[in-house]
Ligand binder design. Structure first.
Ligand code: DI6
Ligand code: FE
Length: 418
């Protein structure tokens, strides 16, 4: 007798049958189960397995039985690194870069992040929401059910708080889980020119305590880079974050090696992101601390970088690898996570399975949500996507095509987005 049949479950609300499952658990390729079924109860996965093993009484219990028509089911996608709330556009900067200016030159001349800071500061909540909603919807149309959103284009107290409120409101208005991050140490505001340590004081002593008190962010991020903040300044940000009970993560080793990754690992960071210039020491440190490597092929592509993140090292030390859009106006104006799967394979030589794990299991882990989402397992949230594909590798293979059929979020069929 199959033990699965004896499993005691809570009430079953709905049932999905005639589906193939890419559970993304670490049991075999894609955690694959052909001809599977999923039972949902109370917004969670009550049972999952081979259709043939489905307990007989589930069908009578379930208020709805859905036929997946041999589609493939994956966990809901997780976009674990975005800056999708901002004002304005940087299309002019794109033109300048095409004429030969570099991203760093533009930043040093007061453009770049600072120009988005000006465009964001002028906008009230309603206007920021209106600009951000189409970006969020574009991600959701491709199966994103969890998205991280960073602040960092306000820099002053009021605008950072406004950005984080917009992020929260997006999560309350749409069927998507928003995970907010405070990124105060993103760029130096002009009023602090030549006084970057004082700006870090302001971030640590004035903004971060307020963000924590209002529960507006669950994590704190920083840009540790020549055009951002130093190793020491980043450490001060981390120390304060830890004191306030906030998780940490870092934009590390994107353009140069400041050993931000090892620092992040020392503070038990959830993730270190970008990593094109990370050293072997940095990778070892991540492995020891369980820090996820978040790779951002959109930024690599858009800035026409040539130095690849060290995939072989990350694999050798078994560092979990996540992938994300880095959706932002300057270095990755990207709102397609499926495109990132393709780019991760073509540009970084990741396998389609690694890429899919990067936007499911490891994306969840990069947000500290691995016990709730990221794989299809009994007891986890019933967040999943049904795709019209013949095999899971198709998600990374096709470019500019969206095979999404349906999305289930917290157990409920997601209505059409508008
Ligand atoms: N690295 C990034 O990829 C974004 N922020 C960062 O620190 C880009 C920010 C921008 O150019 O607007
Ligand atoms: Fe970023």
């Amino acid at each position: 007798m199959n033990p699965a049949k004896n499993m005691i479950t809570e009430k079953v609300d709905s049932l999905w049958v005639n589906v193939h499952l890419a559970t993304m658990t670490e049991t075999g390729p894609y955690g694959m189960v052909k001809d599977g079924a999923i039972a949902i109860g109370g917004g969670k996965i009550a049972w999952i397995g081979k259709g043939i093993d489905l307990p007989a009484d589930f069908e009578s219990q379930a208020a709805e039985v859905y036929d997946g028509q041999s589609g493939w089911v994956t966990p809901g996608l997780v976009d674990c690194h975005t800056h999708l709330v901002y004002g304005g556009s940087r299309a002019r900067e794109f033109e300048l870069r095409l004429q030969g200016a570099t991203y760093e030159e533009i930043a040093r001349q007061g453009g770049g992040i600072r120009s988005t800071v000006i465009a964001t500061a002028r906008r009230m909540i309603k206007s920021l929401l209106n600009q951000s909603i189409p970006r969020l919807l574009a991600l959701m149309q491709e199966g994103v059910t969890t998205v991280e959103i960073k602040s960092g284009y306000g820099l002053d107290l009021e605008t950072e708080i406004r950005m984080l409120r917009v992020a929260r409101e997006l999560g309350e208005s749409y069927p998507v889980t928003v995970v907010p991050t405070y990124l105060g140490a993103h760029a130096l505001p002009p009023e602090f020119e030549g006084r970057s340590d004082e700006y870090v004081d302001f971030v640590c002593n004035e903004v971060m305590p307020e963000v924590a008190a209002q529960h507006l962010a669950v994590a704190v991020d920083a840009f540790c880079e020549g055009i951002g903040f130093t190793h020491q300044q980043t450490e001060r940000v981390f120390k304060t974050a830890k004191k306030l009970g906030l998780a940490v993560k870092l934009h590390a080793e994107q353009l140069s090696d400041l050993q931000g990754t090892a620092l992040a690992a020392r503070y038990g960071a959830l993730s270190a992101d970008h990593l094109e210039h990370v050293s072997q020491e940095g990778v070892k440190a991540m492995a020891a601390s369980g820090t996820v490597a978040v790779l951002l092929p959109g930024a690599f592509y858009f800035l026409r970088e040539t130095r690849l993140p060290p995939l072989d090292l990350l694999r050798r030390y078994s560092v979990p690898i996540a992938l994300s859009t880095d959706c932002n106006p300057g270095s990755s104006p990207v709102t397609s996570l499926l495109l990132m799967l393709n780019m991760a394979c073509t540009l970084f030589r990741m396998t389609p399975e690694e890429a899919l794990a990067g936007v499911t299991r490891n994306g969840a882990r990069a947000l500290g949500l691995q016990n709730r989402i990221g794989t299809l397992e009994q007891g986890k949230d019933a967040d999943f996507v049904i795709w019209d594909i013949a095999e899971p590798a198709e998600l990374a293979y096709r470019v500019g095509f969206n095979p999404l059929k349906q999305v289930v979020r917290q157990g409920k069929l997601r209505p059409e987005l508008s």
